[in-house]
Design a protein around this ligand. Structure first.
Ligand SMILES: [Zn+2]
Length: 204
């Protein structure tokens, strides 16, 4: 579920739609949480769907750490990629704002953390652009991304959290916030997609 202070807007004709803040969203805010209305499919489930559905699932879903496709039910599925995104995840089923997000600003994510099935060329145009976003980026950059998430993560209990009630990992997050356990690395969300999809025919 995407943060309530967001809306779907046309980002531009090349990119299409994106998710934009309608109010100020402070750093440390949970901007998306996986919830019970999201649809989850194993690769076998997707392969069994009529082929007309395959490209829809591939385009709009991400693959979680258990190797399941997750299709968000709301406009979370329109969040675009950026090489310096406003939102990132640690090793959990939610994302947080890694910096303040101003009203009218787009919420973005790093698709390199979402277990891509394929490489794609990025033209985000930012100085930090990686040009090509690859399925292995999650492992290659996990240490950097964990460092970026650590400080905003510690702000979780200091800012309003309208999505907190939907979080199913409250105890784990509380343990990390109190220092009982470390913040889970984003590596927890990694799967080898080539191995995962081996033997399945998904039609694009
Ligand atoms: Zn880029």
């Amino acid at each position: 579920m995407i943060h309530p202070d967001t809306e779907l807007r046309l980002a531009n004709p090349q990119i299409g739609h994106g998710v934009f803040a309608t109010r100020f969203i402070p750093k440390g805010t949970i901007t998306w949480v996986r919830d019970r209305l999201d649809q989850t499919f194993t690769p076998a489930d997707v392969a069994r769907l009529p082929t007309a559905y395959h490209d829809i699932v591939l385009k709009y879903s991400f693959i979680d750490g258990a190797g399941r496709f997750v299709l968000c039910w709301d406009h979370a599925r329109f969040v675009n990629h950026s090489c310096t995104p406003t939102c990132r995840s640690a090793g959990y089923d939610f994302e947080i704002a890694v910096r303040d997000i101003a009203p009218g600003e787009e919420l973005t994510d790093d698709y390199g953390s979402l277990n891509l099935e394929y490489d794609f060329d990025c033209s985000c145009g930012l100085p930090q652009c990686r040009r090509q976003i690859r399925p292995g980026d999650l492992l290659s950059f996990a240490d950097d991304w964990d460092r970026i998430v650590a400080e905003p993560f510690r702000l979780i209990s200091n800012v309003p959290q309208p999505l907190w009630r939907f979080l199913e990992e409250k105890d784990t997050v509380d343990a990390a916030l109190s220092g009982v356990s470390p913040i889970a690395s984003v590596k927890a969300n990694y799967v080898n997609v080539a191995d995962l999809l081996c033997g399945f025919t998904l039609t694009r």
